[in-house]
Ligand binder design. Sequence first.
Ligand SMILES: NC(=O)c1ccc[n+]([C@@H]2O[C@H](COP(=O)([O-])OP(=O)(O)OC[C@H]3O[C@@H](n4cnc5c(N)ncnc54)[C@H](O)[C@@H]3O)[C@@H](O)[C@H]2O)c1
Length: 459
Amino acid sequence: MKYKKKILCIGAGYVGGPTMAVIADNCPQYKVTVSDINKEKIKMWNSDVLPIYEPGLLEVVKRARGRNLFFSTEIDKNIIDADIIFVSVNTPTKTFGEGAGKTADLQYWEKTARNILKVSKSNKIIIEKSTLPVRTAAAMERILNSKNNSIHFEVISNPEFLAEGTAISDLENPDRVLIGSKETKEGLQARDEIVEIYANWIPREKILTSNIWSSELSKLVVNAFLAQRISSINSISALCEKTEADITEVSKAVGTDSRVGSKFLNPSVGFGGSCFKKDILNLVYICENYGLYEVAEFWENVVKINDFQQNRFVVNMIKSMFNTISDKKIVLLGFAFKANTGDTRESPAISISKKLIEEQANIVISDPKAIDNAKIDLKDFADKILYIEDPYEACVDAHAICIITEWDLYKDLDYEKIYKKMVKPSFIFDGRNILDHKKLFKIGYNVYPIGKTALTHFK
Ligand SMILES: NC(=O)c1ccc[n+]([C@@H]2O[C@H](COP(=O)([O-])OP(=O)(O)OC[C@H]3O[C@@H](n4cnc5c(N)ncnc54)[C@H](O)[C@@H]3O)[C@@H](O)[C@H]2O)c1
């Protein structure tokens, strides 16, 4: 079959896989190949057991796979063939050297750029799909155009705004797509080629174009704003617990102000996921580099409040359970960083589990999709944790239940049945405020929501 253009995506993770599947599904005239150094992952993308869980993803993959969507480990061959290369490799926080703990580790990106340069035989558009520090494109372009030959690489920024758990609907119907380019003739031409791809299913007015630095920076800023809203409401939840104000009522009153808006105002055990913390710290590092210390400090506090909220959850638990949880069985319902994903990167469940283990509690972890990842995250504590997927079985003989992830299934459990098999007095710490607290109290539980007065049977 003759394709209009050949697209390659390097990096078959949470972004590369779903994004390319949706492009291929909507653009049968393009050949879309996704490559990764991880052979096992590619094997799974070619099977019916995909390497990530995302509602609706398997259906989209099945529609396009073998038609114009391909998963391959032959990176070099696919680079040679491609007209357009999306780079969607991971950009974790650097753990060593200058900027450790803050700036992005760009080694995977740079290795990819050098490999593209080494094997390419024709001009290509290179797209930054990964989230990168502002002005990375300049460095990449310098690397890509460092060989003295006639091949031209045009670097475009096209950050991804999808949220895990709703990736497919976010990609099918995004609030907007952002494409940043240089304002040169080649830059604008390359930009238009990428606009043309998205215009196959996204209304033109939702495809925003900008200069390349604005595009890179916007991605960091969106994540910083979203995380900031979570930390804002979480900081107020702590105050509610001291003052008998109710965070649900406050959140509603604040969120119905159209200037504020209602989204991202749910209190919780804190945000997780691979991006929020990493991207904010990246922003902090860039601000510090430019001498903007007050700006850096402002954003760093968003992360500090998130750590405070996770810590507070455990401290509150210890205090409520008579100042000791040593040898008590505590069940974590949920381990994923949010519902509808198996992803546990930076999940609050990780730090909460470690703190509970430090306090010598016996912990049981339950989750419908994330147990395999939890076992990897907590591999150093394997002998101190039980993993039981069935929540009813997990809660037998437990002193306390903690809701960590807002999975729908936890809203509908038979808590009366669970209560009968728990040690008394029984405790529930609802880290997501998803349960019917009054009903639980009537059953006999001592109930500790976030940002509300606890309902206890103690005098
Ligand atoms: N996960 C999200 O929700 C999300 C949303 C928006 C943006 N992002 C950004 O997108 C980027 C990718 O995130 P992700 O969650 O998909 O990461 P991921 O870890 O799930 O996937 C990255 C993939 O890149 C592969 N890889 C690394 N180096 C490679 C190389 N040299 N050649 C080929 N493959 C290579 C890895 O094996 C891995 O499979 C990050 O910059 C992230 O910040 C993520």
